[in-house]
Design a protein around this ligand. Structure first.
Ligand code: ZN
Length: 108
């Protein structure tokens, strides 16, 4: 039997960490209100940086959605069950990825 409460607090901690990260990233992305750099190379670097930041931002947001889904599954009592085959997800896997929604076989 899985310890839902333990996973729940772990997921909530992860979620708040990620939320802070997204806030920090978005501050970085939108801080480009400074006058536009004349130097073209500089501009290219800036937009490359923004791409990286945006990718990290998207990734964090995707994870937040997965965490929310996992929290919902805890609420519904089907946490730790593979969404594809219905078998229990290995606990070692859940310890590494508590928001996993697929068992290792289905995820591969
Ligand atoms: Zn499965």
């Amino acid at each position: 039997m899985l310890d839902f409460e333990a996973y729940k607090s772990q997921l909530q901690n992860m979620r708040s960490e990620l939320t802070h990260r997204v806030e920090a990233l978005e501050k970085d992305i939108h801080h480009t209100e400074e006058p536009v750099e004349k130097d073209f190379a500089e501009q290219a670097t800036q937009s490359e940086n923004d791409d990286v930041l945006n990718a990290l931002d998207d990734e964090a947001k995707t994870t937040i959605i997965q965490i929310d889904n996992a929290l919902l599954r805890i609420q519904n009592g089907n946490f730790g069950i593979c969404e594809k085959c219905g078998n229990p997800i290995n606990e070692n896997r859940l310890q590494i990825i508590p928001f996993a929604n697929l068992c290792i076989t289905c995820a591969e």
